[in-house]
Design a protein around this ligand. Structure first.
Ligand code: C2E
Ligand code: MG
Ligand code: MG
Length: 667
């Protein structure tokens, strides 16, 4: 560390001169002095020498300290220079990062003043740097709620412990110089060892806008902009909770359905239909209070939540008032259109715990209102509730019944009226309910249709019917060719899967398509004319036969039927039953139907033939086929097995005769 000395220093030379002077002095005067003087001189010189030596040593030590100090100073200076350079470098580095983070960033002092703001912040805030730095509180930029939250957080110990406060992300609203609002994602972190924080703000306004749009779409009806089912259920659930908390809070739900809306759509077109729905929704909304909620559930169905009402009567009075409002026509695309609606009301809502149940009951009440006629309303009561519970139980039971195949086909023979010989069967479903016993289709087909369960049920019925007929046909051989009629519900008829299902069953059972007849009601054929014509042709092309069931009870236009390749027409039982009682009225109608069917090359089957008189009249009218208790009630599979055996026995003994069904059956 110490540097090497070069030559003698000044003080060392001084010491050398004093020493040499003393030696010369002693040499010249030594002989002239007494022994005492000699000793005194000698001592004096010794002292002088000693002092000189000590002085020299002191000087040396001071010099060394001076050196060390100078050296330390020098080192310190170097270090300070190095640290300053490092700090500058680091500051430049951090400032560059701060300036170029790509997000608006500010340094916030303990009192919330912004001490540093980057250019991104300047651009999103609209302020100049000089207007912000050390002048503005950062709380001025953010919304009230976040503002309060941050202040209360900063007071808690967690955030006052600056070294341990973790960075937090939160969304808030940001207001710029011109009070424009932006949605931002803020990341706030404490700078370790200081009481400053750094906040970086990402503008997520676009993201939030998209999020709000998605949310709006998920909870609102696109046509009318009113809440949809999902949102309505949320709001209704909140009303249920509120009514549980407060005894004096009552609410009611109204379910509306526009009467004969389909007619508007079909006759004036979907465009007019849509405009009518919008106008309808707005008129209803205008007649409600601000706190009530109107939602569209799809189609022409709307639901209203009446909040904070005085009592049940209020709901009914609102329903009446709304119906009054709907008496005036709507002007849609220059046309005057009326849109009366049926209302179902659930006013007694205290006992409910689930929104879905209230809606279900309001819907059920609306259905009953519709049954009463146009523009009616019905309040859901206990009786309706019991009925609804019954239906619900039926549905659950039906699902189980499909799973465990509790169904059984009964077969009603169809006969040639002239000979009373068997030509085929109609498969009629029966449900062997484990508790309730045998249930007839009239009690469950409509529920099966509503719930879509009719599809698996039809598969079961058709599958069993084809398997059974295939077996009986094999027993009978070529002499008698039987057919099997299977009922297809109107809801099922237009489903794209129908033909696939039938094809699969026929392939599996090996029954030729010509031996299967599908019974469809007139209403099913009238649903969607173009689609029906296409489908009927596809079924026909495949080789199936088509039958119109219950003819005379629907509204089919005869000219339309002409366009369909229908094989058979079944005259409804209601006509046949009155054929002899009122000879003038019904007889003429049945006669007209039969002659029309013949002109269209259709075979006619009379349903519900119960008496010989009816049979005689039908024969007079040239009706070819019949079905009814006169020949046979629907019978189970074992009874059909016996019937087939009897036919085979009879034809073995009477090869040229037909087996007359009426003889065999005693029922
Ligand atoms: P439908 O197709 O018109 O069947 C004839 C109904 O009339 C049967 O009632 C039958 O038992 C009854 N019937 C037959 N002859 C007479 C008679 O001489 N007098 C009286 N009073 N009634 C007679 P069922 O079996 O109760 O069936 C009722 C309806 O249920 C059927 O009417 C049909 O529309 C429907 N249905 C039956 N099975 C099925 C099925 O598998 N699928 C579908 N979708 N519907 C079915
Ligand atoms: Mg039928
Ligand atoms: Mg029928």
């Amino acid at each position: 560390m110490f540097r090497k000395k070069r030559g003698l220093s000044l003080d060392e030379v001084g010491l050398l001169i004093i020493g040499s002077g003393a030696a010369v002095f002693y040499y010249y005067f030594e002989k002239t002095m007494t022994a005492g003087q000699n000793l005194a001189v000698f001592i004096t010189m010794g002292i002088i020498l000693l002092i000189s030596l000590c002085t020299q040593l002191l000087i040396n030590s001071i010099n060394r300290s001076k050196h060390a100090l100078a050296e330390a100073n020098e080192n310190l200076e170097i270090k300070v220079k190095e640290r300053t350079a490092e700090l500058r470098e680091s500051e430049i580095k951090y400032r560059t990062i701060f300036e170029n983070t790509g997000t608006a960033t500010v340094i916030i002092e303990n009192d919330m003043t912004i001490s540093l703001a980057n250019s991104e912040f300047v651009s999103i805030s609209g302020f100049k740097k000089t207007e912000v730095e050390n002048k503005t509180s950062w709380l001025n930029f953010i919304d009230e709620k976040t503002h309060r939250k941050l202040l209360s957080e900063s007071a808690t110990s967690e955030y006052s412990n600056k070294n341990h406060a973790a960075a937090r992300n939160f969304e808030c609203e940001f207001f710029d110089k011109y009070n424009n609002k932006k949605d931002i994602l803020c990341t706030l972190a404490t700078i370790p060892g200081t009481d400053k924080s750094v906040a970086s703000l990402a503008d997520i306004s676009e993201l939030k806008k998209a999020e709000r749009q998605i949310y709006h779409q998920a909870f609102h009806d696109t046509l009318t902009g009113f809440p949809n089912r999902a949102l309505f259920i949320e709001i209704l659930n909140m009303a249920i909770k509120r009514s549980k908390r407060r005894d004096d809070y009552h609410f009611a739900v109204l379910y509306l359905d526009i009467d004969r809306f389909k007619l508007v759509n079909d006759s004036l077109g979907h465009n007019v239909g849509d405009k009518l729905l919008i106008a309808f929704a707005n008129r209803i909304k205008d007649a409600l209070r601000e706190i009530d909620t109107l939602a569209r559930f799809g189609g022409d169905e709307f639901v209203i939540l009446l909040e904070d009402i005085e009592g049940q009567e209020y709901a009914s009075s609102i329903a009446e008032r709304l119906q009054q409002a709907l008496k005036k026509p709507f002007m849609v695309s220059g046309k005057e259109v009326f849109a009366p609606a049926s209302f179902g009301v659930v006013a007694n809502t205290k006992d409910y715990n689930h929104a879905e149940n209230i809606i279900r009951d309001a819907d059920a009440a609306m259905y009953h209102a519709k049954e009463k006629g146009k523009a009616q309303f019905k309040v859901f009561d206990k009786k309706l509730h019991e009925k609804a519970m019954h239906l619900l139980q039926r549905e659950t039971d039906l699902r189980k019944a499909i799973h465990n195949n509790q169904f059984e086909n009964h077969y009603q023979p169809i006969v040639d009226l002239k000979t009373a010989s068997l030509v085929g069967f109609e498969a009629l479903i029966r449900w062997n309910h484990p508790q309730l016993g045998l249930i007839y289709p009239g009690s469950f087909i409509s529920i099966a249709e509503e719930t879509g369960l009719i599809i698996p049920i039809t598969r079961l019925v058709a599958g069993a019917a084809c398997t059974d007929l295939k077996k009986w046909q094999e027993q009978l051989g070529d002499q008698i060719n039987l057919t099997m009629n299977v009922n297809i519900s109107s809801k099922h008829f237009l489903m794209p899967t129908l033909l696939d299902d039938i094809q699969e069953i026929l392939k599996k059972t090996g029954l030729p398509p010509e031996q299967l007849k599908l019974e469809i009601t007139e209403t099913a054929l009238m649903e969607d004319a173009d689609e029906t014509i296409r489908l009927v042709h596809r079924l026909k092309d495949y080789g199936l036969q088509l039958v119109i069931d219950d003819f005379g009870t629907g509204y089919s236009s005869l000219s339309y039927l002409q366009r369909l390749p229908i094989d058979t027409l079944k005259v409804d039982r209601s006509f046949v039953s009155r054929i002899q009682n009122e000879p003038d009225g019904n007889r003429n109608i049945v006669e007209a139907i039969i002659s029309l069917a013949h002109r269209l090359n259709m075979i006619v089957v009379a349903e519900g033939v119960e008496t010989h008189e009816q049979l005689a009249i039908l024969l007079e009218m040239n009706c070819q086929l019949g079905q009814g208790h006169l020949f046979s009630k629907p019978i189970n599979k074992t009874a059909v097995d016996e019937l087939i055996e009897a036919i085979l026995d009879f034809s073995r003994q009477n090869p040229d005769k037909y087996y007359p069904l009426s003889d065999m059956l005693s029922n």
